[in-house]
Structure formats: structure tokens, C-alpha cells
Design a protein around this ligand. Structure first.
Ligand SMILES: NC(=O)c1ccc[n+]([C@@H]2O[C@H](COP(=O)([O-])OP(=O)(O)OC[C@H]3O[C@@H](n4cnc5c(N)ncnc54)[C@H](O)[C@@H]3O)[C@@H](O)[C@H]2O)c1
Length: 445
């Protein structure tokens, strides 16, 4: 693999190639303006990781932000996938399998990191070294060592890291933040959060690289970091202690039969997790046709024996300000949804969202201890991925980088770290027989 293994030359050094400082490898980044501090300027963005999420980001940039953003390069360690991505996107952006070469040739202001979770760290660190801002998909990192490395590099760098925690941008999430800031129901005492993943969405993580802890940090990092970030933001405090339980009850070794992948499996008729990738042209071009390069199988058996993540999880988090947060997630249910409750000194906020077949419910409710319970309806929905949350986040990054942010929607490196660290602490707790894990023992935030 070429990515991330190049010389220690910074982007500034690329720009001043030949100077003695550059030859000495000195990091000269102090006068490079950050992505956000240069409002009005067209931004040059290069992307690494041209899978599903990367394609989504690029599609949005090309469709909605081409007046302010130039997509200057696409990189993936799979040469076939990056070529397929370029064709599917219909862009003329150059493609690379070597990250350093992409940065050297395309001179981006920012790197958009949409690679597999456990390799975000490489592109974040190298992006900063090369003098670029970094827009990283969640999770920021998958273990405590990566977390410390990123925090250290961010402290030294003049460039910025933005973590794309889009779940803050749901209209209900913003309304809740406002109500908590206004202390509409007094002091927040505890939060209960239940995450329900259906058989299709839940199993998708067990078909792919996420099923291995070394790639994803388990669903407690790759998936739950969304929820942990929301709660960190709502509670407006620092998580200090985590205790967790996790089990694998449905997928992996629990299967009564197994194959290698769905396409060549003899059990398709009896398997409720069967997916037919060949019915989807885009997935076929992006994944099945590219397997020869890296062996990445998109429709691996959900009952693979090497699966070492959990499908059933419970976590309790204690915050510095005294709030207790209780979280559960199950990844094999008949419907998708979330039940999130805020228990406050003067009442409760309930946010319920379920959806599956004929069972649907979407309601944000405020119930004071004394007075009438009311459903909140003044919510502003917009179109776009994840119920418009992605568009809200992208506007903030690309169109309004310096706009006021009264709700604190922007997630920086510290907040990305805090969200990932709860998940990391949770899987460490599970590894240690549900021991209490102190966040400060993992990294200083
Ligand atoms: N915010 C959200 O709502 C959201 C939704 C989906 C995915 N994500 C995140 O986006 C990221 C990508 O997820 P995805 O579903 O697109 O996965 P994916 O497997 O479809 O894409 C990942 C891509 O990274 C490439 N890659 C892996 N290692 C690499 C390396 N060392 N160098 C260069 N490229 C490398 C792979 O070849 C693949 O093309 C993940 O971090 C995931 O957690 C976020």
C-alpha cells in the first residue's frame, strides 16, 4: 500500500520546494490559512476513500457546492474502485492510489477522509503534515493510541480538523439542544438512549469490514460514536467514566449455516440476511468488480466465524457535571429507530423515531412535571441525506465556515475524540469483564 507512506515533506514544503527549509524537512505551516478562516475563497478539496460514503460526499460537492468547492482529486488504495467512482460520478477529477502524490499534485486546501475507520488516522496525520485542513468522517479514530496521536498532531498543527458528526444536525436534535440550553425543564439529570438497527441495516455491518474490531472498533465506535457525540453535545460536559456489556448473540458464530459470501452461498433461501449485490449496478461496479485488487468483499457472510464485534450492547457513562447516560443498541431488529429520553428536574423530553413496515412513529414531546404534555411541531426539515442532516452539516463546512454557531454544531478534533473515546472505553470495559474505565486513563481531553 502506498497511501500515507511518503516522505515527511509538508504541503508548504511542496509549495516552496527547493528552499533550504523544505530541504531540511522543516514544518512551515504557521502562515497557511485554515479552511474555515478563508471565507469567500474557492476551496480545493481532495478526497481519500471512494466507497459509499465518499461517493455520497463527492456527489453532494459536485451537485450542490461546485460554486464554492473544487473537487481536485480522488484517492483510494483500490485502483479499480477509484476509477469506477470517477466514472459513476461523471467527474474529470484526477484519480490516485498514492495519497502523498495526490496532495503533491493537486495542492488541496482540505482533505476529506472517508476511508475505513481504522485508517482515518493515517490520512488525518499525513494531511496535517502536508499542510492541509482535514474533514474526517466519524469516527475520528478506533483506539486510544490513534486518539492520542491525533490530539498531539492537532495541537502542533496550524491546520484544522473537522469531524463530520452529522447527527447533531437533525431538526429534533437541534431543538433538543436549544431546549436544554434554555433549561426549559430545569436541570438535566440523566439521558436514556436506545438504538434499534433492523435486520438490513444492522446486518450490513456484519457483511463488511466493520465485523472486525481492528477495522471498526466495534459498533460501539463506528456506529455509536454518532450517538455518543450527540449526548456529549446535549449534556455539554466531559465523559469521565464508562462501564459496558456487549455480546454477539445473532451474527458470526451463532449462525446455523454459513458461506463465504452471498453470491456463491448455497443457503440463500433460508438466510434472512441474504443480499444480492448483483441486482444493484452501482454496488457491483464499486465493489464486486473491484475485488481482485484488495479482496474487499461487500457481501461477506454475516455468520463469518471471525466476527469479533457485538450485536447487543449496553453502556453507562458518567459525565463531569453529574449527568448519567444509559445507552443500549441492538443490531437485528424488525424495525429501525431510536428512543431518546431526557430526564430533568422539572420534566422530561421524549424523542421517539421508529420505522419498519406498518409500524411508524416520529414524535418529539415535552412533558413538564406540572402542566400539559405537548408534541413539538415547529421543526424545520430539509431534503438531503440522513433527513437533511447531511445538507445542514455540508452548508456549515463549505458555504458558511465562519458563520455564528449558537448551538455549537461544529465538531472539532476534541469533540471527535470524546465521541470515539466513549466507544473505545466501552469495548475496553467489555474486554475487562465490565470493569469501569476512566476516560482520562485512555487519553487527555
Ligand atoms: N456520517 C455518516 O452518516 C456515515 C455514513 C456511512 C459511513 N460513514 C463513515 O464513512 C467512512 C467510509 O464508510 P463507507 O461505508 O463508505 O465504507 P466503504 O468500505 O464503502 O469505503 C471505504 C473506502 O476506503 C478505502 N480504503 C480503505 N483503506 C484505505 C487506505 N489505507 N487508503 C485509501 N483508501 C482506503 C476502501 O478501498 C473503500 O473504497 C467510514 O469511516 C464510515 O464510518 C459515515
Amino acid at each position: 500500500m502506498q497511501t500515507g507512506n511518503g516522505s515527511a515533506m509538508t504541503r508548504r514544503a511542496f509549495l516552496t520546494k527547493g528552499s533550504s527549509a523544505a530541504l531540511a524537512g522543516t514544518v512551515l505551516m504557521s502562515n497557511i490559512s485554515t479552511f474555515a478562516a478563508d471565507a469567500g475563497k474557492r476551496r480545493r478539496v481532495a478526497m481519500v476513500g471512494t466507497g459509499g460514503r465518499g461517493m455520497f460526499w463527492c456527489g453532494e460537492i459536485l451537485k450542490n457546492y461546485s460554486d464554492v468547492v473544487d473537487l481536485v482529486g480522488l484517492c483510494d488504495n483500490n485502483g479499480k474502485r477509484v476509477a469506477a467512482a470517477r466514472n459513476l460520478l461523471g467527474t474529470t477529477s484526477p484519480t490516485f492510489t498514492d495519497f502523498d502524490l495526490m496532495v503533491k499534485e493537486t495542492k488541496p486546501d482540505a482533505i476529506l477522509v472517508t476511508t475505513m475507520d481504522s485508517v482515518h488516522v493515517r490520512h488525518i496525520l499525513r494531511g496535517l503534515e502536508l499542510g492541509c485542513d482535514v474533514i474526517s468522517e466519524k469516527p475520528l479514530c478506533t483506539d486510544e493510541r490513534q486518539c492520542k496521536e491525533i490530539l498531539k498532531a492537532a495541537k502542533k498543527s496550524a491546520n484544522k480538523i473537522i469531524v463530520t458528526h452529522n447527527a447533531r444536525h437533525y431538526p429534533e436534535a437541534k431543538k433538543i439542544k436549544q431546549m436544554l440550553m434554555d433549561k426549559a425543564l430545569g436541570d438535566l439529570i440523566s439521558v436514556d438512549y436506545h438504538e434499534y438497527l433492523n435486520t438490513s441495516h444492522g446486518s450490513s455491518y456484519f457483511h463488511r469490514w466493520h465485523r472486525l474490531k481492528k477495522n471498526s472498533g466495534t459498533l460501539l465506535v463506528t456506529k455509536a460514536c454518532h450517538h455518543f457525540d450527540q449526548v456529549n453535545w446535549w449534556v455539554n460536559s466531559k465523559p469521565i467514566e464508562v462501564v459496558a456489556r456487549g455480546e454477539l448473540r445473532v451474527y458470526g458464530r451463532n449462525g446455523k449455516f454459513r458461506g463465504t459470501n452471498c453470491r456463491n452461498c448455497p443457503h440463500t433461501k433460508e438466510c434472512c440476511y441474504f443480499m444480492d449485490i448483483t441486482k444493484n449496478q452501482r454496488l457491483t461496479k464499486l465493489y464486486a468488480d473491484c475485488e481482485s485488487e484488495d479482496g474487499y468483499i461487500y457481501d461477506s457472510c454475516v455468520f463469518s466465524m471471525d466476527t469479533d464485534i457485538y450485536d447487543t450492547m449496553s453502556v453507562i457513562v458518567k459525565y463531569e457535571n453529574g449527568v448519567t447516560f444509559t445507552y443500549t443498541a441492538n443490531a437485528f431488529l424488525p424495525y429501525e429507530g431510536q428512543a431518546i429520553y431526557f430526564n430533568s428536574s422539572k420534566g422530561r423530553i421524549d424523542w421517539n423515531t421508529y420505522s419498519g413496515g406498518d409500524y411508524k412513529n416520529k414524535e418529539l414531546r415535552l412533558t413538564p412535571n406540572s402542566g400539559k404534555s405537548e408534541v413539538i411541531t415547529d421543526l424545520q426539515y430539509r431534503s438531503g441525506g440522513h433527513g437533511g442532516a447531511d445538507s445542514s452539516l455540508q452548508d456549515m463546512i463549505f458555504r458558511e465556515p465562519d458563520a455564528a454557531d449558537p448551538l455549537g454544531l461544529r465538531a472539532d478534533v476534541r469533540q471527535g475524540a470524546m465521541a470515539a473515546l466513549i466507544g473505545i472505553a466501552a469495548y475496553r470495559s467489555i474486554e475487562r469483564g465490565s470493569e469501569v474505565v476512566k476516560i482520562a486513563d485512555l487519553a487527555k481531553i
